[in-house]
Write a protein that binds this ligand. Structure first.
Ligand code: AMP
Ligand code: MG
Length: 341
């Protein structure tokens, strides 16, 4: 399949009508959002949605997030929209928050990965919204990477994984948030954070009061335990190299790297530290700025492979605010391998 690339800066670009048509007739389009690039298909067309799983190599039990551009598209997808869900939509939509509720019959088990719930989000990226409008249907859209690889934050990342597997890629430049949406379940007794993202726990608690944070946000799922979010049980975001996170000061980091380095060692460090290290290094943001780390972490993890690293030592990000999302992705890329210095 020849994958078309549309470069778009204006949400009124006529090319987006073509993208809408591709989606309406069951095609696959990689689309920019404020979080990461998504691989979109008509959420109401099972055959189209199966195409997403095939192109990504995604396990069928890992459900997809349904993207809407207008609040009126939400009610038909769910059994009910409770008061807390409305408050969240008021506060954070459009934006990087996904809300899980019991699903209606209109959402097939292909989208929900066999679960009785559905995850819905209204993105804020003007091009994403224009594409949903133009398709005229809600769009199922996971991250547009090959399953297991770091999520794509540029159209080139998408091309590297999806060229010739999908109908088109819409290139609108790099994603601003850089990590996938916050996933919050309202399907249980108490709101539960399943995946941290651009909307932080503190922001959610300002609207909802206390929320639960699922264990899988911090820790590896214990053997035999069922994942609240099926995506959490799979290997994720991993470069080919073995990644180890080193928890300690920068001086301790430098000492550890110096005494453990091999010819193919690379460091994932904070901005400005590169020149102070004795091995090649890729910076993934400012030390005290979780937002800048979120914007860069996936590109940095992809660069690790491009540079042919075998062993990677990474700095430990602060776990407050958006930093929790950065930690959550990096610790999975490291297969939960952390050394306390
Ligand atoms: P991605 O599509 O790559 O952003 O991943 C979507 C994430 O949301 C995965 O971790 C899924 O397991 C999770 N997810 C989607 N729908 C549901 C649902 N109904 N219940 C729990 N987790 C979900
Ligand atoms: Mg993903």
């Amino acid at each position: 399949m020849n994958t078309l690339v549309f470069t778009v800066s204006d949400p009124r670009d006529p090319a987006l009508q073509t993208v809408g048509e591709i989606l309406r007739r069951g095609g696959l389009a990689a689309i920019p959002t404020e979080t990461v690039y998504g691989l979109a298909a008509n959420a109401l067309d099972d055959e189209a949605v199966r195409g997403i799983f095939r192109a990504k190599g995604r396990p069928a039990d890992n459900p997809l997030i349904v993207h809407i551009s207008d609040l009126s598209q939400w009610a038909p997808l769910v059994l009910d929209i409770p008061a807390q869900a409305k408050q969240l939509a008021d506060a954070f939509w459009p934006g990087p928050l996904t809300v899980i509720l019991p699903k209606s019959d209109r959402v097939s088990s292909v989208v929900s990965g066999g679960l009785s719930t559905v995850a819905v989000r209204m993105p804020s990226h003007p091009v994403a919204r224009a594409i949903i409008d133009s398709a005229g249907v809600p769009l199922a859209a996971p991250s547009a990477n090959t399953s297991g690889k770091p999520s794509p934050t540029t159209a080139q990342h998408v091309k590297d994984d999806m060229d010739s597997k999908i109908d088109c890629i819409v290139d609108a430049g790099p994603c601003s948030v850089g990590v996938e949406s916050t996933v919050l379940s309202l399907a249980g007794d108490k709101p539960r954070l399943l995946r941290p993202g651009g909307v932080t726990p503190a922001m959610l608690e300002r609207v909802l009061g206390e929320i639960d944070i699922d264990d899988a946000v911090y820790h590896q799922l214990a053997a035999g335990k069922t994942a609240a979010s099926p995506g959490m049980k799979y290997k994720h975001y991993a470069p080919k190299a073995q990644v180890t996170i080193l928890k300690g000061s920068f001086a301790q980091f430098c000492d550890y790297v110096e005494s453990h380095k091999t010819p193919d060692t690379l460091a994932l460090c904070f901005d400005g530290e590169e020149a102070l290290l004795s091995v090649p290094a890729i910076a993934f943001g400012k030390e005290s700025d979780g937002k800048s780390q979120a914007a860069n972490i996936f590109a940095a993890l992809r660069d690790v492979d491009r540079r042919g690293a075998g062993q990677v030592f990474a700095r430990f990000p602060k776990m407050d605010g958006v930093g929790l999302a950065v930690f959550n992705r990096l610790v999975r890329a490291a297969a939960f391998h952390i050394v306390e210095l």
